[in-house]
Design a binder for this molecule. Structure first.
Ligand code: HEM
Length: 466
């Protein structure tokens, strides 16, 4: 949510005159009402979006000077933006511009012809055959995690958020860059997270921060580290005799192909994939563990399935179709806690959404969080119930735009299969050895929507050898 835009209204306490030029084409809060909500927006942005939809309906207009900004939750309208008329909406939005301060011009944030060329270039790294190795990398990363934990027979409190971030990093680095967490992949991840922190934080501060502030210095340093780590990874790869078919291999080949891409683009893609593929998968796995820890029956069922399918051996890609309950747990966790909670687009031309006129240049804000907890689409939506995703009723949603954790249409997540392979392999490998439980007296973690939906601080769970 473009909080800095909202605050443009209140800067110096004087309403921004441009605000009055935005035509009102849909219901929504007035400027003063919005200002009164500012603290609520900060405290609980998701609750705020839910509240706005409840109060004003499926298309809400925010009193933002420029661009005209709409929260769209009507499923037909969401489909129209992301699928049916996707060519009329691009990613030139405040959200993606902020991300591109870190990612540069990579697949996640570009639009139009550049995006189409980039997607074609990286797609082979995400074909089923190329992805088989993900399962092995995820299993090894989890076994190493279990080894680091050591003897858990008496149970120990573990921050599973940190643990899943580590496992996701090792999996993504090994699968896409072919590194077994070399110092450079580790630095690439650290510097990416550091830079993202600054970007997310800056987006919540109403003024543009001067270059000398500590946070801007951190951003510059992190960006420099990113560049250096990528250059070293590329150089090492170029020195190898045999080409490899992972993402880095494809990009390095493109450096020297018929239509060579610049080194800058390799850097931007690697960072984009780190941003898109690391924290997202970690978030899905963390929430799945939290939910299993609070539902003994569901956890036992998942453990029984894992024991039956795998016994004691390491998971392989062929096992996945038989781990149906575990897959349903992952789907249900992403329903309640969609890692990518915010999806935005710019209208490139005028349109009509949910019966409301949307002027060209408008910002359209959508979130799977609202759709996936919508009581008109889901029975008892707040309840954790993996059964919804089993058998005939798979999904149980009233329509396909009621469940879209990976997005919809041509810009849908290129890493969707990767994410399922990874999450299933990690959770299965964990449940083979341990059980998770909530820490007695522990309050529910607050889900904070930053780049992804993450628990506010750590997420401690009691982990015990089975
Ligand atoms: C549970 C984990 C994940 C979730 C929930 C998720 C979700 C999403 C969503 C919602 C989008 C679309 C954003 C939009 O339309 O504006 C997206 C795009 C993307 N995701 Fe994922 N993602 C996950 C994991 C991954 C992984 C593991 C990778 C890479 C290894 C990845 C790479 C990407 C890329 C590159 C894009 C941009 C695709 C394009 O625009 O062509 N994601 N993801």
């Amino acid at each position: 949510m473009a909080l800095d835009q909202v605050e443009a209204i209140s800067r110096d306490g004087v309403p921004d005159r441009r605000y009055f030029r935005t035509p009102a084409t849909a219901p929504g809060p007035s400027g003063p009402q919005m200002l009164a909500h500012l603290r609520a927006i900060r405290r609980d942005p998701l609750g705020f979006l839910q509240e706005m939809t409840r109060a004003y309906g499926p298309v809400v207009q925010f009193p933002i000077p420029s661009p005209a900004s709409y929260l769209v939750s009507d499923p037909v309208a969401v489909r129209r933006v992301l699928v049916d008329r996707s060519r009329s909406y691009d990613k030139a939005t405040v959200q993606y511009r902020s991300l591109s301060l870190v990612t540069g011009e990579g697949l996640l944030t570009t639009s139009g012809d550049i995006w189409r060329r980039q997607r074609r270039m990286v797609q082979p790294a995400f074909h089923r055959a190329s992805l088989e190795a993900v399962v092995g990398h995820a299993a090894v990363a989890t076994e190493e995690l279990l080894a680091r934990w050591g003897d858990m027979s008496r149970g120990a409190v573990i921050d599973v958020d940190e643990a899943m971030m580590r496992v996701a990093l090792e999996t993504v680095a090994a699968s896409l860059f072919g590194t077994d967490l070399s110092a450079d992949a580790d630095r690439l991840a650290r510097a990416t997270l550091e830079a993202l922190d600054v970007v997310v934080w800056s987006a919540q501060v109403p003024i543009r921060l001067p270059a000398w502030t500590a946070s801007q210095r951190t951003l510059r340093r992190a960006t420099r580290e990113l560049d250096e780590a990528v250059h070293r990874m590329v150089e090492r790869r170029l020195a190898e005799a045999e080409p490899r078919a992972d993402l880095l291999g494809l990009l390095v080949a493109a450096l020297e192909g018929d239509a060579p891409i610049p080194l800058r683009e390799v850097r931007d893609e690697l960072v984009s994939f780190m941003v898109a593929g690391h924290e997202t998968a970690a978030s899905a796995m963390t929430w799945a563990l939290w939910l299993l820890a609070g539902d003994a029956q569901a956890q036992q069922r998942a453990i029984d399935e894992v024991s039956e399918v795998l016994g004691d051996r390491r998971i392989q890609v062929d096992d996945l179709p038989r781990l149906t309950y575990l897959r349903a747990v992952i789907d249900e966790a992403m329903r309640l806690y969609p890692p990518v909670w915010l999806v935005t687009r710019r209208a490139m031309e005028p349109d009509v959404l949910g019966g409301r006129e949307i002027p060209a240049e408008s910002l359209v804000i959508m979130t799977p969080y609202l759709a996936q907890r919508d009581p008109s689409a889901w029975a008892d939506p707040e309840r954790f119930d993996p059964e919804r995703f089993l058998g005939e009723q798979r999904g149980g949603a009233a329509h396909d735009a009621a469940y879209w954790p990976f997005g919809l249409g041509p810009r849908m997540c290129v890493g969707k299969d990767f994410a399922y392979l990874e999450a299933t392999a990690v959770l299965a490998s964990l449940l083979q050895r341990v059980r998770v439980g909530r820490v007695p007296g522990q309050p529910d973690p607050k889900a904070v929507p930053l780049v992804t939906l993450r628990p506010q601080d750590a997420l401690p769970l009691v982990v015990t050898t089975r």
